[in-house]
Design a protein around this ligand. Structure first.
Ligand SMILES: C[S@@+](CC[C@H](N)C(=O)[O-])C[C@H]1O[C@@H](n2cnc3c(N)ncnc32)[C@H](O)[C@@H]1O
Length: 227
């Protein structure tokens, strides 16, 4: 498959937000941030990471997700933002075999990355268009070892009509910022994502964390030849 760069990486590069990011995510009264802490904990737990795991993290930001990994054989973290990474690396000294790659999360798959036991990502894939999400899921599937898991936590709606309802609901409550985020960013459509992931061969399960946040586990079948 031809690898491409996501169209909006320059728009969603968080360099300018890095200094305030960790303060912002603490405000779980904001509907965009509600459930943040619980969702990150759930993603790491569902990824079944052990001291022998190779882990790929897409959109590592200020390191809040990977800071929850106690140990792994190797962590490869990818983000376009150097300023977010400057904060992340201070939190992740315990993960001695960590490599940061400054790259777009689609384009990075053109590099020699090897295979992974787990792929994790929070609050990043909603920066990709639906077409780009499909490409990403296929690239992730190809890089996962048999039995491996991709675990995502992100901003999602169920489908297009749920999206429209939520935009109207937030507008009616006077929350224009959240309504605008739902209409201008690329919140996952959960129904669409599940069907794409299942078509690729993943077994999928989901959990809900707030009005706008969900977790998705996509597991690749174990190899029949494995002993
Ligand atoms: C909202 S933050 C989430 C950070 C972290 N995963 C968390 O849960 O706190 C999104 C991160 O994705 C990065 N990002 C956005 N689009 C990207 C892309 N196409 N490729 C690589 N990184 C991207 C941003 O720079 C930012 O650090």
């Amino acid at each position: 498959m031809e690898t491409m760069r996501s169209a909006n990486a320059h728009v969603f590069n968080h360099d300018a937000d890095a200094a305030d990011y960790d303060n912002d995510v603490r405000n779980e009264a904001d509907p965009i941030r509600a459930g943040y802490r619980n969702l990150l904990g759930w993603v790491v737990q569902q990824a079944n990471i052990t001291p022998t795991s190779r882990v790929l993290e897409l959109g590592s930001g200020t390191g809040n997700l990977s800071a929850l990994i106690t140990d792994c054989r190797e962590l490869v973290s990818v983000d376009v933002s150097e300023n977010m990474e400057a904060i992340a690396k201070l939190k992740l000294r315990h993960l001695t075999h960590r490599r940061f790659i400054k790259a777009d999360i689609l384009e990075v798959f053109a590099q020699e990355l090897g295979n992974f036991d787990a792929v994790i990502s929070t609050y990043t894939v909603h920066h990709l268009t639906d077409e780009e999400k499909q490409q990403l899921f296929a690239l992730v599937f190809a890089k996962l070892l048999p039995g491996g898991r991709a675990v995502f936590g992100d901003l999602m709606v169920l489908n297009n009509s749920d999206k429209e309802e939520k935009i109207q609901q937030y507008l009616a409550n006077g929350d224009r910022a959240t309504a605008q985020a739902i209409s201008e960013e690329f919140f996952w459509s959960l129904d669409f994502a599940i069907s794409v992931l299942e078509r690729l061969g993943f077994r999928v399960s989901t959990a809900r964390f707030s009005d706008l946040s969900y977790g998705v586990v996509a597991q690749k079948a174990p190899s029949v030849y494995q002993h």
